[in-house]
Design a protein around this ligand. Structure first.
Ligand code: CA
Ligand code: CA
Ligand code: CA
Length: 258
């Protein structure tokens, strides 16, 4: 019975991911480990997900490597899978796939800042990703002890990829609030923006001028700091973002660099 259920879930995910039916003739054998599939294209834009998926993809398609993978899937079950399923918007299978990749890349079960820097410099080789990776790492490392556990990692990913607009904005606020004091200053916003532009690289990202980050920030900050006290609170941030389409569009830029 369970096998049948799993097959149904599987088919649903596949259809959603590609918008097409699986090629006829490619019959899946149930119970076999499959390449991770995610139900939304947006997920695939996420560097952290790409990083993990790259490590779980078999180098070739021969059957022996498949059974190796199957074995290691069984070996590496995340602890508290039920709880994680409740805490995130990932399916059980997605969580298992993410966990497999995570354990492959980080056998210790923890990600450190250096790893984030390596990931982002790989995806953005034309720029300098180190500052952005530092800020992003701090946004995931909620207890600020210098490492990210799998649980924190997937809970963060779940918000970023499948959270509601408000959840995403809360997360973005936490990223922008570099010193985590509950306020975004103009300097913090500028530092984040600059780190994104630095990572993108001046010559490869279209329409980027030298003064683009500070122009961006001036505009943003004016709109967001509604009571003109020099700092942006979470309330100001969420209210402004939700009301202003331009800012929402600019948040897309941000979403492309997670
Ligand atoms: Ca931590
Ligand atoms: Ca702050
Ligand atoms: Ca204010």
């Amino acid at each position: 019975m369970q096998q049948a259920d799993e097959k149904m879930v599987d088919g649903g995910l596949l259809g959603d991911a590609n918008g097409v039916e699986p090629a006829p003739g490619r019959v899946k054998s149930s119970g076999k480990w499959q390449k991770p599939r995610f139900s939304r294209k947006a997920l695939m834009k996420c560097c952290l997900v790409k990083w993990i998926i790259a490590s779980t993809q078999p180098q070739d398609k021969d059957d022996s490597s498949d059974s190796d993978l199957e074995l290691s899937t069984v070996r590496h079950q995340p602890e508290g899978l039920d709880q994680l399923q409740a805490q995130t918007k990932f399916t059980r299978k997605e969580l298992q796939s993410l966990y497999r990749g995570f354990k492959n890349e980080c056998p210790s079960g923890l990600v450190d800042e250096e790893t984030f820097k390596t990931i982002y410099s790989q995806f953005f080789p034309q720029g300098d990703a180190s500052t952005y990776a530092h800020f992003l790492f701090n946004a995931f490392d909620l207890d600020r002890n210098g490492s990210i556990r799998f649980e924190d990692f997937v809970i963060g990913l779940s918000v970023l990829l499948r959270g509601s607009v408000t959840e995403k904005l809360n997360w973005a606020f936490n990223l922008y609030d570099i010193n985590k004091d509950g306020y975004i200053t103009k300097e913090e916003m500028l530092a984040i923006m600059k780190s994104i532009y630095d990572m993108m690289g001046r010559y490869t990202y279209p329409c980027v001028k030298d003064d683009a980050p500070s122009e961006h920030v001036d505009k943003f900050f004016q709109k967001m700091d509604r009571n003109r006290d020099g700092v942006v609170t979470i309330e100001e941030f969420i209210e402004t973002c939700q009301k202003d389409e331009n800012i929402m569009n600019s948040m897309q830029l941000f979403e492309n660099v997670i």
